[in-house]
Design a protein around this ligand. Structure first.
Ligand SMILES: [Fe+2]
Length: 192
C-alpha cells in the first residue's frame, strides 16, 4: 500500500479499508464512511495541507484509488462563489465532506419518469448550509449541485468507484434539458 505523509490521511485510508472489508448493508456502509470522513474533515493538519491545492474549475484531485476495494478519494477546490452545474453521479455512491471553507448544497428530485429523451423536470427538495466539517451522503441518481460561497472551499469525496468511466447526467433547470455526456472532472493525481 502507498504511504501518505499526513498521518490523519494515512489513518483515514486504513480505516476505510477495514470498513470496506466488513461488507455491511449499503445504507449502514455509507453511514460508516460518513463518520470516518467527519474525522478527517475535523483534522487541522489535513486542512493546512489542502491550502496548498490550487482552485481550478473542472478538476478533481485524485488522492487515493484503492487497489483492493475500488473506492476513490478525491479533492475538489472551489473558487469563491463557484456554482456547480446540477448533475448526478449515475449508479455510484459518494460521501462528500467540507474540509475548508463553507458551501451550500442543493438537492433536487426528478419528477418525470425519464421517458422523454433529453428532458427532465426537477424540483428543489432542499438547500442546506455545509460549513467546514459538514459531511453528506449522495446516493445514486440524485440530482444535486454544490455552491462555493464567498471564500475558497475544499471538499473531500469518497466515491464507490473512480469517476470518468461512466456517464453522468447533467440538468439545466431553466430549459428542462438534460444530457448524459458528462464523464466526470479531469483527475489530477496528487500526493498527500
Ligand atoms: Fe456531485
Amino acid at each position: 500500500m502507498k504511504k501518505y505523509t499526513i498521518p490523519s490521511f494515512e489513518v483515514f485510508i486504513s480505516d476505510l479499508r477495514s470498513h470496506f472489508a466488513k461488507t455491511l448493508p449499503e445504507t449502514e456502509h455509507w453511514e460508516g464512511v460518513r463518520q470516518l470522513l467527519k474525522i478527517l474533515c475535523a483534522d487541522e493538519e489535513m486542512r493546512q495541507k489542502s491550502k496548498e491545492w490550487i482552485a481550478k474549475r473542472g478538476v478533481e484531485l485524485q488522492l487515493h484509488h484503492d487497489p483492493d476495494y475500488g473506492f476513490f478519494v478525491g479533492g475538489l477546490i472551489r473558487q469563491p462563489n463557484h456554482r456547480a452545474n446540477i448533475h448526478d453521479h449515475a449508479h455510484t455512491w459518494t460521501v462528500y465532506g467540507v474540509l475548508d471553507g463553507r458551501e451550500r448544497t442543493h438537492v433536487y428530485k426528478r419528477l418525470d419518469n425519464g421517458n422523454k429523451p433529453g428532458e427532465a423536470e426537477l424540483e428543489l427538495l432542499s438547500q442546506s448550509d455545509a460549513p467546514t466539517g459538514h459531511v453528506d451522503i449522495v446516493p445514486p441518481w440524485v440530482p444535486h449541485s454544490e455552491w462555493g460561497m464567498g471564500e475558497r472551499s475544499v471538499a473531500i469525496t469518497v466515491r464507490s468507484q473512480k469517476p470518468g468511466g461512466y456517464a453522468q447526467n447533467r440538468f439545466n433547470l431553466k430549459t428542462g434539458e438534460t444530457n448524459n455526456n458528462h464523464r466526470g472532472l479531469k483527475l489530477i493525481p496528487t500526493s498527500v
